[in-house]
Design a protein around this ligand. Structure first.
Ligand SMILES: Cc1cc2nc3c(=O)[nH]c(=O)nc-3n(C[C@H](O)[C@H](O)[C@H](O)COP(=O)(O)OP(=O)(O)OC[C@H]3O[C@@H](n4cnc5c(N)ncnc54)[C@H](O)[C@@H]3O)c2cc1C
Length: 414
């Protein structure tokens, strides 16, 4: 599996999700010998559509992935369940100019985006049917053992193995995973017609969210639609899922109730019980670094779980920058830089998303009334989303100069 690997260049990545695939592509671009180990025979993303933001698209473009007709351009709004607009997500013109990509959000079918990432990997990098058992760091190397009995020696180990990460657990201890009291139903369908194409709407009633965005799937227009509702860990799944969903959607304006008519409930609807973990301040130790859900699972309120995992992989490889991986001091310095660039930024987004989830679904009746009054009649939510969601992402985008397609505009505008 690792024949011809050069000491000092050996990077083993565990988990071929978006984070692992991104880390693999970025590490290859930095000149490393990479193997991406996946427990499943055929890695597949969960869920239907996903919103990806401009910096994430710019990273995929940097991996030589063609982002033409990749996703559906969309403007995102928050509304109440009577249709009143509470937030219009603005675009930053400097980011648009610098990246050469219009707007901020694009709707894509996950399997399309993820498939393109896997296709960009050279043959031999992805090794399926390899479930990590444990690792051991000794004599300046990492010995990695898989449940099928295979063993590999690498210079560094990257844990991209998702929310129940074996790497993260062995490195940082029990993650203390908890259910956040929410369940999401994610559906997608072909374009039912008659719906404005460039608009994503996140609606809230007193304690349910029902939303949609336009997306492209295999180049064809469609929509992702979803519902977030309260649920306790282990609570029963409704026997009549379709009836339950139609009942919830009846409380929301058109076109929400039209989507189920065009969705195959067997293959195009996913239930997502939402788990989280207490914030972790360190994502690296010795020769091990983690990316994505392995260190920061995120609720759907961020609309950024896949995006943050892709960004992590890119930032980690950028920090290593081709340096000799046998040099532990150099690796440690690079890992510190990765953490400095990512940990606070990501944790802020994860915590903000968790807080929004609580506020929208777990407020007492009087608090929910007050919340809705403030959100409907003041610019409070608009200001908060701009400050807590967009500002730092825009700043990061402007700092990623190597991804810019129009450096002159950036320099002028910074
Ligand atoms: C049903 C569902 C729907 C979701 N929908 C959305 C959404 O609409 N928008 C959004 O932003 N986020 C969504 N998320 C969250 C998003 O999927 C994650 O944030 C994102 O996938 C994280 O990527 P990752 O690469 O870190 O981890 P993952 O995508 O979890 O990938 C981890 C990979 O590691 C592999 N693996 C695990 N353990 C081992 C092991 N021991 N050895 C080898 N391989 C291993 C797994 O098989 C998997 O391929 C959803 C999650 C779920 C479960």
């Amino acid at each position: 599996m690792t024949k011809g690997w050069r000491p000092g260049k050996r990077a083993a990545i565990i988990g071929a999700g978006p984070g692992g695939a991104s880390a693999a592509l970025a590490m290859l671009q930095q000149g490393y010998d990479v193997r991406l180990y996946e427990r499943n025979a055929d890695p597949k993303p969960l869920g239907g559509g996903v919103l990806l933001s401009v910096p994430v698209l710019a990273i995929l473009r940097q991996y030589d992935i063609d982002i033409t007709n990749f996703g559906s351009f969309t403007k995102t709004q928050f509304r109440n369940n009577r249709g009143k607009v509470r937030v219009r997500l603005p675009f930053n013109e400097n980011v648009e100019k610098a990246m050469g990509i219009k707007g901020w959000h694009y709707g894509v079918l996950r399997s399309n985006a993820f498939g393109k990432m896997l296709n960009a990997l050279p043959d031999g990098v992805l090794i399926s049917d390899h479930k990590l058992d444990k690792y051991e760091e000794q004599n300046g190397e990492i010995q990695i053992s898989f449940e099928n009995g295979a063993k590999v020696t690498a210079d560094i180990l990257i844990g991209a193995d998702g929310i129940r990460s074996v790497v993260s657990r062995q490195t940082f201890g029990d993650p203390g995973i908890f259910h956040v009291g929410l369940r999401a139903w994610l559906g997608w369908c072909d374009d039912p017609g008659g719906i404005e194409k460039e608009l994503a709407i996140i609606h809230h009633s007193r304690n349910v969210q029902a939303s949609y965005f336009p997306m492209l799937h295999d180049g064809k227009p469609g929509f992702e639609w979803w519902i977030v509702e309260r649920s306790a860990e282990g609570s029963a799944v409704p026997v009549d899922v379709e009836g339950h969903i139609r009942h919830l959607l009846a409380d929301f304006p058109s076109p929400m109730s039209r989507f189920p008519d065009h969705t195959d409930f067997e293959t195009q609807l996913f239930r997502w019980e939402i788990y989280n973990r207490p914030t972790l301040k360190t994502w690296t130790k010795g020769r091990v670094a983690c990316v994505g859900d392995a260190v920061h699972p995120v609720s759907p309120y961020a609309a950024y779980g896949m995006g943050m995992a892709i960004e992590d992989g890119y930032f980690l490889a950028r920090s290593l920058g081709g340096r000799d991986l046998t040099d532990l001091a150099g690796v440690t310095e690079a890992f510190r830089r990765y953490e400095a660039e990512r940990v606070d930024y990501v944790n802020h987004h994860v915590e903000f998303a968790r807080e929004l989830g609580k506020r929208f679904h777990h407020a007492s009746a009087p608090m929910a009334w007050l919340r809705d009054f403030i959100f409907d009649h003041t610019g409070f939510l608009q200001r908060q989303v701009e400050k807590d969601y967009l500002a730092s992402a825009e700043k990061m985008s402007l700092q990623l100069m190597e991804l810019h397609r129009n450096p002159r505009a950036t320099a002028v505008n910074q």
